[in-house]
Every structure is written in structure tokens, then in C-alpha cells.
Design a protein around this ligand. Sequence first.
Ligand code: 5AD
Ligand code: SF4
Length: 485
Amino acid sequence: MDNLNSINIPTSEPARQQYFMDRCHEFIEDFINKNGKAPTFYVSTFGCQMNARDSEKLTGILERIGYQEADKEDNADFVIFNTCTVRENANQKLYGHLGSLKKRKESGKLMLIGICGCMMQQPEIVDHIREKYSFVDIVFGTFNFYKLAELLYSRLSGSVKQVIEVLNAPEINVENLPERKKYNFKSGVNIMYGCNNFCTYCIVPYVRGRERSRTPEDIFEEVQKLAGEGYVEIMLLGQNVNSYGVNFLEDSDIIKNNPDYSFPDLLEDICKIDGIKRVRFMTSHPKDLSDKLIDVIARNPKIAKHLHLPVQSGSTKVLKAMNRRYTKEDYLALVDRIKAKLPDISLTTDIMVGFPGETEEDLQDTIDVVRKVGYDQAFTFIYSVRTGTPAAKMEQLPAEVVNERFSRLLEVVREVSAEASARFEGQTKEVLVENVNDHMEGYVTGRMDNNILVHFPGDNSLIGTFVNVKLDKAHGFYYTGTMVE
Ligand code: 5AD
Ligand code: SF4
């Protein structure tokens, strides 16, 4: 950054980033003078809710700089990929996209490419991008995504063609950045970052770092602000919300006065905020889900009756090798306790097939759990080797065996979830209307508190409101219905 007068640059965040947003804006003004319009951007997000939340901040920063959002990647002057690396096919997707963007970049139609997110936290991948994809302009990771404007400025103002900055661990936590949300009535709110569980297959603790909880004060302030802006539904986000409060980022008076303050307390306090009508959360690690949490969900009508409770495998032996720290019996007993107090609850899960050492008997245990729990929805994955995780060093199963098991599991999951999610047919449920349905003319789509979607006749004036809908017909993962008074 040779042409910067360092005396003027704020040293504290987020003021420093605001400064760089303003400096980047000067380039946008030049562009507008030459082209008669603002340059456009497109943020392509892979992976989980955490990345989706980070992308809202990237979008906010780009709009503050003066970029306008393009309707699709093909039309954008600046494309950013916020990557996922939880499975190998997520990596392949990125390389596929980059390959197809190279020609557009060479022809001068596409000006800038940025890559960030979990995949960039792996040094060998960054080396690969440096060597094979030198046309990528900016590379950054999960711990410094808030620096987008600073890195962009350094690319635009300097002579370096590729700006790379990836940190190994979080240095500071920067909140209060500009952001632009997808919806103006529901929002995710991070309550914690990172994960300490080190499941032996999982790369998340390595690319998102150790667990850090935000203070209740910080979270309340954010939710109060959202409520003031008219948001009605909040989704509390963390890799394992049930260990909220184990490691705090900063001092908190609430915690000083009540050292046992934990996730159920936070949930109840969030529900007390005026204007918030529905509260969701994810994800719950089964080993940490307390009876106190079940009681809080049962007694508080604002809390969505839905639990995403990843089981991963139904075999106690496999669960042990995965370092999940519960047995098949523990999991089933937990589900029984949940259903006893919350008979209408929707349970969803993640399941993995083909973990090293898995036998046919282990698969049968998984199928048994699927049938006993009766999940409304189950996300099924083929185990994918992640370099650097303990399971990568274990003996791997042949792909054909795993693929065949996966197909069988999928069949059971489809049958069970179609049956389970149809159990509300004929009932009337309150839904939050999310959007106009693109495929069914004259219909809108709403979400019940158990996370299941309903399509019903309506128009865009309903978006963001709660309405009662009679569930006329179940279609597997969704219903069609009619609005009632
Ligand atoms: N291979 C396949 N699936 C994985 N998941 C996490 N790591 C892997 C892996 N190495 C799945 C888990 C997790 C979900 C988000 O992704 O099921 O719950
Ligand atoms: Fe990965 Fe396990 Fe942490 Fe979930 S709990 S993010 S599966 S290490």
C-alpha cells in the first residue's frame, strides 16, 4: 500500500475498514465516470448458515463501497466465492467455477475475483490457487473476512496482482460492519464462533477455530436492533449452541452475576425482546442437549418446535470412532425425553455413511435409529476424507460398498421422512410467509415453526407476516394449503 499516508489510517476496527471502504469508493467513482454506471458484484455462497451470515456482511461492505449487486454471477464485474470445505465435492465445485471464469476474466469482461471462507484456511489450497489460478485477485480466510475493503484497496491501488491474507486463528472479533440481509423480516444471529468438539472426520475446528461465545449483552443489542427494524424471526447460530458460554470473548456483567448462565437462559431472554415472535437455533450436539433446554422449549411458545440433532451414525462403535461422545442408546433416550415433553416436535438430522470401519451391521444400526426417531428430514452424506483430520489416517472403505449403502439409507430416509412430515395433514398451522412462489403462479411460500414449508394461494403483501394456513396435502418435504382467518 505504497501510496497511503499511514498517519490517516485508523488503527481500531471497524473504523479502519470504514476508512478503506471510503478509499475503495474513489475507484468506483472513476468507474462511473468512465462507464456511466456502477460496477456490479455477485457473492456466491457455499456451505452452511455461518457462511451465509458472513456473506451478508461481505455484501454490506461491497454496497457501502458503491458496488451494485448483479442478478447472477455471469453478469458481475466482481465475483466473490465464499467457500466451504466440509466435503471434498465442495472443493471441486470451486475449481469448476474458477475454470469457467478464467475466459471471462481474460476477455476483460470480468474485472475481479475474490475467494474467501473455510477452504482458504488450508495452506495447501492457497498454494494451489497461487500456482494454478494466478488470475484470482484476492484471497482471504474465515478470520479476516471483515477486511474485504482493506484487501480490495490494496489490490486496486497497488502493483500486486494477487493479494493473499489468511490468518491461522482469530486476532480480534469485529462486529458492527455494514451488512445486507436476504430477508427483512428474519435474520441469523451468531451467538458463538468455532467448535471444540473435534469429531474425527470434521475439518470445522481447524478452519473455524476454537469455540468463542459472544456475550449475552452483545447478542441482546443486536437482536434489539433487528426487532426495532421490524425483524420478527431470529435464528441463533453456532456450530454447537448447547455449549454456549463455555468460552466468552469479552467480559460480561450478566455472566459475572450468574456464572451458570447457559444457552437455555439466553434463549428465554431473547424471547423477551419486544417484537421478536419466533426464535430458532442450530446446531445442537446431542451430547450437550440438556433437560433444561427441553423444558424451556416446551414452556415458551416463541421457540420454534424444531430440533436439528445430527446423529451421524446409529452405531455405538462408529460413534466412538467418530469421537461423538454418545452411544446409540444415549441418543434414543434423549429423543424419548424430547418427545415426552414436546410431542409435536420436528426432528431433523445429519447422517454420514462410509466412515472408516463401518460394517453392514453398523449401517443397520443407523437405519434402526432413522426408523425409531422418525425424522421429518435427514441430510445424508457420504463420508469424505479431510486431510489433517484423525479419520483421514484410518483405513478407508471401498467406494462401491459405500455408494450401495448410501442408496439403501436414502431410500429408508425418504420413506420415513415422507411419513413423518405428513402427520400434520388437515391441521391448521401458523406460518411466516417468506416469498412469492416462483414455480406456482399466484402462490406464496411460508414456513411453519417446525421448519416445514407450505405453498398456498396469496400475494407479496403477505411476505414477512404470520398467517394461519390449513395444510391440505403433504408432498414429502412440503405441504400445499389454504389460508384461513
Ligand atoms: N464427510 C462427510 N460429511 C461430513 N460432515 C462433516 N464432515 C464430513 C465429512 N468429512 C457432515 C456432518 C455434519 C454436516 C454439516 O456435514 O454430517 O453434521
Ligand atoms: Fe464438526 Fe463435530 Fe464440531 Fe459439528 S460438532 S462442527 S461435526 S467437529
